[in-house]
Design a protein around this ligand. Structure first.
Ligand SMILES: [Zn+2]
Length: 53
């Protein structure tokens, strides 16, 4: 099996996500070390959608 490399680092703070760590998935493609980090990413996505550049 291929390792899921995108799951190895938090998508918000870049903290390494060990196999024992709690991982929070967003949209099935991004992994975060905490709910707070995931919500930070969700807010960023929402702001981008509301204010396209
Ligand atoms: Zn994080």
């Amino acid at each position: 099996m291929q390792p899921l490399r995108f799951l190895q680092y938090c998508g918000s703070c870049n903290r390494a996500l060990g196999p024992e760590a709690d991982i929070y998935i967003y949209k099935g493609e991004s992994a975060f070390c905490s709910i707070e980090c995931r919500e930070t990413r969700m807010r960023t996505d929402n702001a981008r959608r509301n204010h396209p550049s």
